[in-house]
Design a protein around this ligand. Structure first.
Ligand SMILES: [Zn+2]
Length: 72
């Protein structure tokens, strides 16, 4: 289940909550539904380090160590 982060517009508290697709989040502090959805820190910053192989199309780094890259 995805975790979403919200900021309450009423009391300004921030919190994370698990939400199913049709659930409505409420503030744990004041029970307000007037929330601002924040982008989770987990979703951004997925910068992938360069593969040691460099040129080959083995984009997930773990593939490089499995002989799938550079030998074929
Ligand atoms: Zn609140």
């Amino acid at each position: 289940m995805p975790i979403y982060e919200f900021q309450c517009r009423q009391c300004d508290s921030r919190f994370e909550t698990l939400l199913r697709s049709s659930d409505v989040a409420t503030c744990p502090e004041c029970s307000s539904e007037d929330l601002k959805k924040l982008i989770s820190a987990h979703a951004v910053g997925s910068s992938r380090p360069d593969t040691p192989c460099g040129s080959a199309p083995c984009s997930p780094a773990p593939m490089c160590g499995m002989g799938g890259c550079g030998s074929g």
